[in-house]
Design a binder for this molecule. Structure first.
Ligand code: 4NP
Length: 149
């Protein structure tokens, strides 16, 4: 079993999509995939309706997901922690207890643009088009993750 955690700020826009997309590409008997936010504003809520809609348009259902906050204990449970942007990276790294924790954390777009440290832009204040672009970026990154792990 490989445990993969997707992390963004709110856990309502980007990381729920990343979770749903990766689940759609792997054998879920071999993977445990979850998502979390560094922030606490939306705990217990459904994903943003715009993420639900862009996922649905691509035949992925993310309405079973509920927002939760990233916990230090997630370093124990997860093998790989993919963060959506550099701000999430800083927050998660600041919570790491040791080098082993830190080595689990990667920017998700470094899967397709190694070393470029690019952000998946936060679409929260965007129009719907921002969600289509985020979906495409995460779809490409998750293709690579599914191929390589
Ligand atoms: P996410 O987007 O990090 O992709 O889930 C956000 C959602 C909500 C907020 C910020 C980012 N917020 O400030 O409430």
């Amino acid at each position: 079993m490989i445990n993969v955690l997707m992390v963004c700020l709110g856990n309502i826009c980007r990381s729920p999509l990343a979770e749903g997309i990766l689940k759609s590409k792997v054998n879920i008997d071999q993977f445990f995939i979850d998502s979390a936010g560094t922030g606490s504003w939306h705990i217990g809520e459904l994903p943003d309706i715009r993420s639900i809609q862009v996922a649905k348009k691509n035949n992925i259902n993310i309405t079973n997901q509920r927002c939760r906050q990233f916990l230090v204990e997630d370093f124990d449970e997860f093998d790989l922690i993919f963060v959506m942007d550099n701000s999430n990276y800083k927050t998660v790294i600041s919570l790491a207890r040791n080098d082993s924790d830190k080595r689990k954390v990667n920017l998700i777009l470094n899967q397709i643009y190694p070393g470029d440290n690019l952000d998946v832009p936060d679409p929260y204040y965007d129009e719907n088009r921002g969600f289509d672009r985020v979906f495409e970026m995460l779809n490409n990154a998750c293709d690579r993750i599914a191929e390589t792990i």
